[in-house]
Design a binder for this molecule. Structure first.
Ligand code: DGL
Length: 357
């Protein structure tokens, strides 16, 4: 070593490097993401007298009580709790949807959180998820979760579902993936998830494409990409909308009556989705009533009561003048038609929406 070498500058340089490295490290320390928990009720907030009985009351526990049942969730995120409502989701309302949209849009637009988890009843969870998937114009994660057993049950599934939903919403991988549903260690795209079992904890499936991925050790593994348009690429705008076009579903079955069509026409319904038998089929009274409704300016879309396979333009006995839902089941086709009708009644344009969303 050079004897004129003065070690002091080297030490100073070494210290400066260490301090810089330490500050970069601490700067680089991942701050916990801020996740807003929006509670709406459902079984995850449900309670029963006994921990083993099947019947219970949904929408009893508060958002704070639900969160306190999962202490581990505070290790992975900083939570903001918001009680939007406390209902069973079969009673979901249009105004609650609009309030959820406004709250989420404002949270993301004002950078008040990194992601949102919505606790929700499972009966209409797939509908709220799809509605938000088409209207929340932000890439931040929105994950819906719930439970099939009430919070008071032996082996309640809500706590782990909530943990997984927060872990998914906190992950960088969830960014830009559209609205998702996290249930029973799996997660699904809002575009195609559906409830397919009335009581089992493995109640959610995606009949056409399978789950989007799974949660293990609080980390998501994606099985595939979601190829449908959603969130930031959606063209549906809710600003200024305080009422959605009335859109209903009519179920086709052996010798089904056409009477409901005429009462919907009288009520001023704007859209009707047919939950057809087989590949979107229906009887002659339906065919006549559908043509009549079309002539009255109501947009009619052919969907199917069959869980998988969807409906394309091929038709059996009748020329298919009606737009088809492709892979959207009737309850999702209704939401897409409802939002499409905020922009147009042109059936060609509406058919294009069903090809993309
Ligand atoms: N009534 C149902 C609902 O709120 C309970 C089902 C559940 O949340 O799992 O959707």
């Amino acid at each position: 070593m050079n004897k004129n070498h003065n070690p002091k500058p080297m030490l100073k340089y070494l210290m400066a490097t260490l301090i810089l490295f330490a500050s970069l490290l601490s700067f680089g320390q991942t701050q916990k993401p801020v996740i807003a928990i929006l509670a709406t009720g459902g079984t995850i907030a449900g309670s029963a007298q006994s921990s083993v009985q099947a019947s219970y009351n949904p929408g009893i526990l508060s958002v704070e009580q639900i969160i306190s049942s999962v202490p581990a969730v505070n290790e992975i995120a900083t939570l903001e709790a918001i009680q939007v409502c406390n209902i069973s989701s079969q009673n979901m309302e249009e105004q609650i949807w609009l309030q959820l949209w406004k709250t989420i849009d404002s949270l993301f637009a004002n950078k008040l959180c990194d992601g949102v988890v919505i606790t929700h009843g499972t009966d209409t969870m797939e509908e709220t998820a799809y509605f938000l998937n088409l209207t929340v114009r932000h890439p931040n994660p929105v994950v819906l979760t719930g439970s099939m057993r009430p919070a008071s049950a032996l082996s309640a599934d809500g706590p782990f579902n909530l943990y997984n939903a927060v872990a998914l919403a906190s992950s960088k991988e969830a960014y830009g993936k559209g609205v998702m549903v996290a249930m029973n260690d799996l997660f699904f795209c809002a575009n195609d998830v559906t409830k397919s079992h009335t009581t089992n904890t493995a109640a959610f499936t995606c009949p056409n494409y399978g789950p989007l991925g799974q949660m293990r050790d609080g980390k998501p593994s994606f099985f595939r990409e979601n190829l449908f348009i959603h969130t930031t690429r959606s063209q549906f705008e809710l600003k200024g909308v305080d009422k959605l076009p009335g859109t209903e579903i009519l179920y086709a079955y052996a010798f089904a009556s056409d009477l409901p069509f005429y009462s919907l026409i009288e009520q001023g319904t704007k859209g009707i989705v047919i939950a057809g038998a087989g590949h979107g089929n229906y009887n002659r009274p339906f065919a006549t009533a559908m043509e009549h409704a079309s002539k009255k300016g109501i947009v009619v879309v052919r969907s199917t009561r069959i869980p998988s396979g969807g409906v394309d333009k091929a038709a059996e006995e009748y020329n298919s003048i009606f737009p088809v839902s492709y892979n959207k089941n009737p309850q999702k086709a209704r939401i897409l038609l409802m939002l499409a009708l905020t922009q147009t009644k042109d059936t060609k344009k509406i058919q294009e929406f069903f090809e993309k969303y």
